[in-house]
Design a protein around this ligand. Structure first.
Ligand code: GDP
Ligand code: MG
Length: 448
């Protein structure tokens, strides 16, 4: 994953001061590779990488982060911004029904989305109606009717079995769209979802039809549905639809597959339109609001490492960090007091177990983590508090009789004191390494 690659890139780097140009270039190379792996369009990758490079070169490395975390943070911020920042909600009409038109290539997932959206809106107390304007494919109308039935909403279609009492002109999707909106007004549906026809490729006639539907019904939202597996074609398709129907938002479909979501970045980047929803399966419930931050993590394949970074930044006491940094610089020994202070920092970050579970690679140590008991931190605290100040600074003097005394004082078994001293020795080694290489603070003390 990208985070592994970045960790490797920075293994020998000191975690202090400004990033050098060579460091940044090495990292940006990895980011470029990761984005291409995620199927982000080449020109988008190029532009993105240039921007990251510029920002990273000017960045000061924050105390709580090592350089790779710092760059990952910048990458994440940029990704989230391109993807639209905050999750964007549907804009509801102030008066009359809210009209939502769907556009996209054939097979993109429009008809399925119509049902998902209807079900979702219905659950929120709306009363949607679906309008079948795909009159090109023989079964398209029937498909929408089935979808509507499953979602428990009305479907307006130029077909026997339609809910309309109007005289609906068959064969003309623009007229059907108009009649559908009229039907919604009369039957007091507050949302109209207009399903349209697509083609396998971008096609002038289809685009013209979509444009005419748009002009006829003046939708509040035009959602461009795109298959997230589309890969490098995402840019051309998105640009064509943006020019053709000037969509207002993007829906990423089939995100349940192997797609890493690069299409989201490509489309958002070249059109500047927000991604609003994600479709994640064939069932009507496989549908969610799109969260730019989650997608950024998915694109970078980082688990929730960003959440970790954020929490580390928040919890890591700046003064404590400065004191530690000075200590390392002075080559002073890491003491049991420091060890305890770190354990307390970890506690500040929230549930240690939950945190560690979010880290990439955590599955390897999942079993150990599940056995980990947070009361362990309490026991460590009790044990360290039973030591004399001298013992805490020079644990080597803690012989057998001292161990027995400490165990009695803290109400634990001698073996637990031994275990703690062993872990401390490991942590001491780790802290020396961190001092040389930079890295995630606050991790020592984990029982192995
Ligand atoms: P349309 O041509 O744009 O209307 O696309 P459809 O809604 O008919 O979907 C085309 C195919 O993709 C159908 O077989 C759907 O079941 C399937 N499909 C749609 N959305 C998703 C999704 O989010 N995940 C998966 N796995 N399949 C989907
Ligand atoms: Mg369809």
């Amino acid at each position: 994953s990208l985070s592994d690659r970045l960790t490797a890139t920075f293994k020998n780097l000191r975690g202090k001061g400004r990033l050098t140009e060579a460091d940044v270039d090495a990292t940006v190379r990895e980011i470029r590779r990761a984005l291409l792996d995620a199927d982000v369009a080449v020109p988008v990758v190029r532009e993105f990488a240039a921007r990251i490079r510029e920002r990273a070169l000017g960045a000061e490395v924050a105390a709580a982060l090592n350089p790779s975390q710092q760059i990952v943070k910048i990458v994440n911020e940029e990704l989230v911004e391109i993807l639209g920042g905050e999750t964007r909600r549907i804009r509801l009409a102030k008066t009359g029904p809210t009209i939502i038109m769907l556009a996209g290539l054939q097979g993109a997932g429009k008809t399925t989305l119509a049902g998902k959206l209807a079900k979702w809106l219905k659950a929120q107390g709306h009363s949607p109606i679906l309008v079948a304007c795909d009159l090109q494919r023989p079964n398209a109308v029937t498909q929408l009717q089935i979808v509507g039935q499953r979602a428990g909403v009305s479907v307006f279609a130029p077909h026997p079995g339609t809910t309309s009492e109007h005289d609906v002109p068959t064969g003309d999707p623009v007229a059907v769209a108009r009649a559908g909106v009229e039907e919604a007004r009369q039957k007091l549906h507050d949302v109209v979802i207009v399903d349209t026809a697509g083609r396998l490729g971008v096609d002038a006639e289809m685009m013209d039809q979509a444009r005419r539907i748009r002009q006829a019904i003046i939708p509040n939202e035009v959602l461009f549905v795109i298959d997230s597996m589309i890969g490098q074609d995402a840019v051309n398709t998105a640009v064509a639809f943006d020019e053709g129907v000037n969509f207002t938002g993007v829906v990423l479909s089939k995100l349940d597959g192997d797609a890493r979501g690069g299409a989201a970045l490509s489309v958002a980047s070249v059109t500047g339109k927000p991604v609003m929803f994600a479709s994640t399966g064939e069932n009507l419930d496989d549908f969610e609001l799109f969260h730019p931050d989650r997608m950024a993590s998915r694109i970078l394949d980082m688990g929730d490492v960003l959440t970790l970074i954020e929490q580390a930044e928040k919890a890591w006491d700046k003064e404590e960090a400065a004191r530690m940094a000075k200590k390392f610089a002075d080559q002073e020994d890491f003491t049991l007091d420091d060890f305890l202070a770190q354990m307390q920092q970890i506690r500040n970050m929230g549930s240690m177990k939950k945190m560690l579970m979010m880290m990439p690679g955590a599955q390897n140590i999942r079993q150990q983590l599940e056995q980990f008991d947070e009361r362990e931190i309490d026991r460590v605290e009790a044990i360290v508090r039973s030591m004399t100040p001298h013992e805490r600074v020079a644990p080597k003097i803690i012989n057998g009789s001292r161990r027995a005394r400490i165990a009695r004082g803290s109400g634990v078994h001698v073996s637990e004191v031994n275990g703690l001293l062993e872990r401390f020795a490991q942590a001491q080694k780790m802290m020396k390494k961190l001092a040389q290489g930079g890295g995630m603070p606050g991790m020592p003390g984990m029982p192995g």
